[in-house]
Every structure is written in C-alpha cells, then in structure tokens.
Design a protein around this ligand. Sequence first.
Ligand code: ATP
Ligand code: MEV
Ligand code: MG
Length: 394
Amino acid sequence: MDCIVSAPGKAILHGEHAVVHGKVALAVSLNLRTYLRLKVTTTGKVCVNLPNIDTFLSWDLSELKQLIPASCGKREEVKRLDAELVKRLREFVGVTNGNLDTCNMATLAFLYLYLSLFGSGEMPSLTVSVWSELPTGAGLGSSAAYSVCLAAALLCASGAIPSPLKEWDQTGRWCQEDLELINSWAFQGEMIIHGNPSGVDNAVGTWGGMLRFLAGKIIPLSRVPLLRILLTNTKIPRSTKVLVARVKDKINKFPSIMTPVLDSVDAISCSCERVLLEMTCEPITGEHYNILEELIDINQHHLNVMGVGHPALDTLCRVTMAQGLHSKLTGAGGGGCGITLLRPETDSSIVWRTMQDLQDCGFDCWETSIGGPGVQQHASLSVKEEVLEILNQF
Ligand SMILES: Nc1ncnc2c1ncn2[C@@H]1O[C@H](COP(=O)(O)OP(=O)(O)OP(=O)(O)O)[C@@H](O)[C@H]1O
Ligand SMILES: C[C@@](O)(CCO)CC(=O)[O-]
Ligand SMILES: [Mg+2]
C-alpha cells in the first residue's frame, strides 16, 4: 500500500480560546495544506520523516510491540486518551513533564495513533513522510492538519476505512461516517499536542469550508460570501498548549471578570455569522464590511484581555490600520499569525503597500483564498511537483 493524503490549515475568524470554554467559533479552511505519504514496507521498521521540523526517526517493530499496554483493545470510543499508553510513550520518547517540544509532540501523536490503531492486531512495517505548506506552530492549525492526515492514512492502512480514490480520479473524499471517524482520531492527536483542544481545528481540517463550532457540534456554513483575507505571520514562536493553559488560569483566577469577556466573544461570533449570512441573501453594502471590521477590532481587544496578545500583533494591527485595514490575531495568539480583512474595493496598490510595510517589520505576508476542501486522498499526479519531490525522497 502506498497512499498520499492531505488536509488544510485553518484560520479562526472569531472565537479562539472562548471555544475551549463552550463558546461559538467561526473557522475557515485555507488553501495551504499538509501532505502525508504512507508506504507499507517489508523492512520490519516503522519510519517517520518530518522534514518541516527536522525530525527523522525509525524504530524496530519489536521495540514498538513492547509499548502496547495489556489492556489495549481496538477502541471504537475515542473521546478520551488512553492514559496508560500516553505514560508509556512519554517514557519511551523521553518526555519529562516540561519538555514537550515540537519533535516530541509530533512523535507522541504519531506513536499514539499507530499503536492505538494497530496494537491489537498485526503491526505493519511502514514509512510515513509529512510535508506541510503551513508554518508550524503559528496559529494556522498545523497540528490539526498533521493529526487529520495521520488519522486518515493510518485508518486507511488498518482497513477501518476504505480508500476513496477510484482508479480514474485525481482526488477522493471519504463518506460522512468515515470523516467522523477520521475527525475523532485526529482529535486524539490534538489532545496529545494541545492538552485541551476544543476540536475546532481538526473539524476544519477534516471537513474544510467554513464551520460554526460549538461544544463539539459542527455546523458547516454552506452559504458564505467570498472574503478577501491577508494572512500575516509575525514569526514569533508560541505554543497553543501553553496559551490555552494561560487563558484557563486567568479564568480560574478572575471568573467574574473573564466570563463576560468569553460571553462577548460568543456574541461576536454570532453577530459575524449573521452578517455573513445577510451578505449572501442581499446586496453586499459598505455597512456589512463596517460591522465585520468593528467585530474584528473588538475581538482583538478581548484577546488582549485574555492575555494572548503580543507586541508583534499590536504592530500588525497598527500597520494595517494606517492603511484603513482591520486585523486580529488568529489561532492561539501569543505571536504567530493574524488576519486582515480586505474590502472588495480595497485597491491592489493599498494591499501591496500594506504587505511591503508588514514585510519591513520582518513579517511574512500573503493574500489567501479560503474554503479549500477538507481531508482527501490523492493520486500522485494531483500533488504539486515540489511537494511530491519532497515526499518521494524517503
Ligand atoms: N508539518 C509538521 N510535521 C510534524 N509535526 C508538525 C507539523 N506541523 C505541526 N506539527 C506539530 O504540531 C505542533 C504545533 O502545534 P500548535 O498547536 O502549537 O500550533 P498550530 O497548530 O500551528 O497553531 P494553532 O493551534 O494555534 O492553530 C508542532 O510542535 C508539531 O509537534
Ligand atoms: C486557541 C484555540 O481556541 C484555537 C487554536 O487554533 C484552541 C482550541 O480551540 O483548541
Ligand atoms: Mg494547533
């Protein structure tokens, strides 16, 4: 078996952090994707190649077999992590509590899914290679895209879901039931990487498009206007796990102060959804955009109140505002990426000037298209040559 799958990154329009505490989030897939190639081999080894994070690992199957807890059966119910397996894996990988670096988290997520899906039966020897167009750890859902790809490819290799690719197709998508299974296993990967994820990121990676997410309930928004969005990566590194924990501490410390902030973010997401829907039913006016811009500004202030801002994100807001454009952080914040809403009439010279100013601050900046497809399997021919070249190296 040799299969290639991909899943998109995401931008959260509104509701990051609040969504972890049961509030509404609006999120949308990006045209930047993570690609994974899985090859079943006969080497007796499990190899993982993660060139984005400079991680190349290989284990003998006999080593991995010893990690399977006696209790490990095929688990259909995947809402919670198997604590015994996590403990063994942490010891095996050499993770002490504070040492959850990029490589360790990606390795733990892989091994957890591999052993959970194959531990109770024949363990295949295989090579998994991943390449992503997404910046790692920057707020665009790179962890979720990685987890969704792992879940899809490993479930497919285990026979739990079929290959959706027909001989004559370039890409194939799974049926709703299979997508739900992929999403629930991807959520386990996110739990390893994030600690306490809401599940919004893996839902976007799985289904793509624009979603309303509330307490695990995923509602695809089928009618959304075309939005022009500028993405900026401040390149300040941060960890979603740390930021989510920071917000939780703040809520515990100041419940009566923070609860209204979370409620206000919830209302922002709902107002934004209403405006987006109106924009698909009636002629789009400047007033629609004025409201969207104000919602962005208010939410950015709230995210600062939650303690997930960063001076580089303040710079992004200030630089774009100088051109009349409105920005907020997206994802977990603390650095990473921000989104800037462009109006339909925003002149390309203004966009160009803004991008220059942001690049002068040391940021990466690009106009993006949103709403790309969720997880899919690819025929090699449908994968961009430069991506294929990287995946084929291993
Ligand atoms: N291409 C990749 N290859 C291997 N591991 C990856 C890759 N992309 C992401 N990861 C894993 O995901 C982690 C980053 O996840 P994190 O949740 O902190 O950031 P993010 O998902 O990019 O941002 P956000 O959660 O705010 O959207 C990395 O430390 C790594 O373990
Ligand atoms: C910060 C957060 O709300 C979004 C990260 O993209 C975390 C989550 O929802 O799991
Ligand atoms: Mg993440």
